[in-house]
Ligand binder design. Sequence first.
Ligand code: FES
Length: 153
Amino acid sequence: MLKNKSLIDGVIDKFIGKKGALIPLLQEIQNIEKYLSRDVMKYVAEKTGFKLAQIYGVATFYTMFRLKPQGKHVIRVCKGTACHVSGANSILDSIRSELKLNDTDDTTSDGLFTIMVVACLGCCSLAPVIMVDDNTYGKLTPEKITNILKKYK
Ligand code: FES
């Protein structure tokens, strides 16, 4: 049984039978679920007539879709040009170290944080920049990371 079944049914009703519906349908479901689980993809296939392989193909092709649960807090680390030249890599290394994440994991084992690398957060003059949930932190140094993350623990 899906946790958000009635919300997901509402999204399916909104898009069913419409051309080009699969991507926006999956986006809205991901907004509800925070990621696309195998159970959700199977449910969408059963309800819409899209083949599971087609849904899985779209979900794995586009980087905007997550196939694993997302942490309670999302840390967006900008690696756009302005942030890159201002030290984004050392900021990312510092966050990974602080959260004890290896190079392949994006979510802490306690489910508190997920890291996402993004291309630009739209405030390049503050580079290097991260966002934690809806809060922006700029002109960062690796030394500032510990105090920032402390606020969310
Ligand atoms: S490049 Fe980082 S905010 Fe634009």
